[in-house]
Structures are given as C-alpha cells and as structure tokens.
Design a protein around this ligand. Structure first.
Ligand SMILES: C[S@@+](CC[C@H](N)C(=O)[O-])C[C@H]1O[C@@H](n2cnc3c(N)ncnc32)[C@H](O)[C@@H]1O
Length: 236
C-alpha cells in the first residue's frame, strides 16, 4: 500500500471501505469511545448554514456527518458524496423520516466533484482527506463548489505532538485499533491502514496552509478531545 499512488491507491481505498462498510459505524464508536458523533456535530455547527442552506459532505461514507447536517433546522438539502457504493448504502439505510427529503447520497469522486461552481452554502468532510490521493486537488474542488462566503469545514484525526499523550495515542492506534479491527470487523489489514494513513497526514498548521493555498480565507482550527482530532474552517 505504501507504494501506491494515483488511481491504484484510489481503487485500493475504495475496495477497502467496501469490505468494512457493514462494521464501519460500530468500529468508529468503539475506536473513539463514542466521541466521533460529537466531533461530527461540532463540525456541522461550524458550517453555520443560512436558513434554507445547502451543504455538500465529501467522502460521506456511511453518512454520519451528512445526517448531522440534515438535522440542523436551517438545512434544506445535504448531498453526501462518496466513491464507495457499499458505504453509501449503509448511509441510505440510516436516513430517517426527519432527514428523508433533506439528505441525498451521490456516487462521485472528491477530486472531480460532479457539480458546477458556487453551488453549496457549506462543504464538509470528515476523515476523508487522509484517504484521497491529492489533498490540494480535493481542497480546490471543495472551494470551487462552495458559494462565495460559504464555509469549508474539515474534520480529521491528528497526533498529539509529544509526551505521554503521544505515547498513549501511538499504542492505541498502532496496537489496539488493528486488534479491534481483527475482532470486530474481521479485517486487521484495513485497521492497520487507518493509523498509517494518519501518520503521513499533515499537522493541523500545515493543513491550514493547504486550505489557504486553495484560496480559502480566515482559516482557523480547533483541536478537540486533547488533540485527537482537529476541525478546520475556512471561508470562500
Ligand atoms: C474514513 S471514511 C470517512 C467517512 C465519513 N466521512 C465519516 O465521517 O465517517 C473515508 C471515506 O472517504 C471516501 N473516499 C476516499 N477517497 C475518495 C474520493 N476520491 N472520492 C470520494 N470518496 C472518497 C471513502 O470511500 C470513505 O467512505
């Protein structure tokens, strides 16, 4: 996997998520000790949609962030986009009456979004950027489809920088998570890929720069859960 890039890497990522789609949500709850949905709610609140606002969630997977956005009263439509159909099918099965007319799922590529310019009041992604083959290209695409003044919000894992927290994080992600993946998802490979993808992911300050280089302004970020994740927000 380490040597893969471009299309072969994208196909590898898609196939891996297809394999774990059925256990993805359960693994998320277990791995984060139930914190992940709170992180997504926080990310959704940072989008600050206007009344009747339309949002796009990129790499929506099983749709949890799209659904969090869909529950916000001001939302009129959320499009959840992913290139992995089995992940989207899990999301579709979770859409309740409340979000029925507000949340739709679309098969597509984050690096070539199938939308025109200036379409969405807010664009989000959660744990997606680690998996795309080009973060700058994904960022440019999210900025392109956002309306002027619209927000782009990114939720991603990060690694505590030093000390005991970093050691605990390392042991947890590199030892416990693959073990959980073996037991719960029956797929230790996928859950070894996960910490490795986080290892090479840019630090929060670097991601902020990448967002600025994509043309977003007023970029800020907030660390949550002792720096386990970061939520970046930028404005088009
Ligand atoms: C770790 S999951 C995150 C899912 C969801 N956002 C969440 O909060 O749990 C990453 C998702 O990104 C999707 N993905 C990765 N690269 C993509 C691309 N180029 N285009 C669309 N989806 C992509 C994968 O299929 C997967 O569903």
């Amino acid at each position: 996997m380490a040597q893969l890039s471009g299309q072969p890497r994208a196909r590898f990522v898609e196939a891996m998520f297809a394999q774990i789609a059925g256990r993805y949500d359960l693994m998320n709850r277990l791995m984060t000790l139930g914190r992940d949905q709170g992180w997504r709610r926080f990310a959704a609140s940072q989008v600050a949609l206007p009344p009747g606002g339309r949002a796009l969630d990129v790499g929506t997977g099983t749709g949890d962030l799209a659904l969090a956005l869909g529950r916000e009263e001001r939302t009129s439509l959320v499009v959840g986009l992913d290139f992995c159909q089995p992940m989207l099918a899990q999301g579709q099965a979770k859409v309740s009456l409340l979000e029925k007319n507000r949340v739709v799922f679309v098969l597509g590529d984050a690096l070539r979004l199938p939308f025109g310019d200036d379409q969405f009041d807010g664009v989000t992604n959660a744990f997606t950027l680690r998996n795309v083959t080009s973060i700058p290209q994904a960022m440019l695409e999210m900025r392109r489809v956002a309306k002027p003044g619209g927000k782009v919000v990114c939720l991603e894992v990060c690694r505590p920088r030093r000390g005991v927290l970093r050691l605990c994080h390392h042991l947890y992600f590199y030892r416990l998570v693959p073990l959980l993946g073996r037991i719960v998802a029956g797929n230790p490979g996928a859950y070894s890929y996960l910490p490795n993808s986080a290892t090479n992911f840019p630090a929060p300050v670097t991601l902020k720069t990448l967002m600025e280089e994509a043309g977003l302004r007023a970029v800020t970020y907030r660390l949550l859960s002792l720096g386990a994740v970061a939520v970046h927000t930028g404005t088009k």
